[in-house]
Design a protein. Structure first.
Length: 88
């Protein structure tokens, strides 16, 4: 199955502040629209599908010195593309 990526600001550690969390008709009951699960009160559960993006990797040396330098540069370029602001 094809995969997709949604880039959004990481919410605070409380599900109720997340864009994907909605209050149900029952008072103080929230539903995660990404998973269809009810969210607990308190901090983010282990089953939350949101993950922080990784940090850029260090690139040291020239292209001729190491394939690892090229791989890290490509990795960083991919992160930059994901983080680029869209004007659509």
């Amino acid at each position: 199955m094809a995969k997709a990526v949604l880039v959004m600001d990481m919410p605070e550690q409380v599900c109720q502040k997340c864009t994907l969390c909605y209050e149900t008709e029952n008072d103080d009951e929230y539903l995660c629209c990404a998973t269809g699960k009810f969210v607990p009160n308190g901090k983010k559960p282990d089953w939350c599908p949101l993950r922080e993006l990784p940090e850029h990797k260090r690139t040291i040396g020239t292209e001729s010195e190491s394939n690892q330098t090229l791989m890290n540069a490509g990795y960083n370029a991919c992160l930059d593309e994901i983080l680029e602001e869209r004007k659509e």
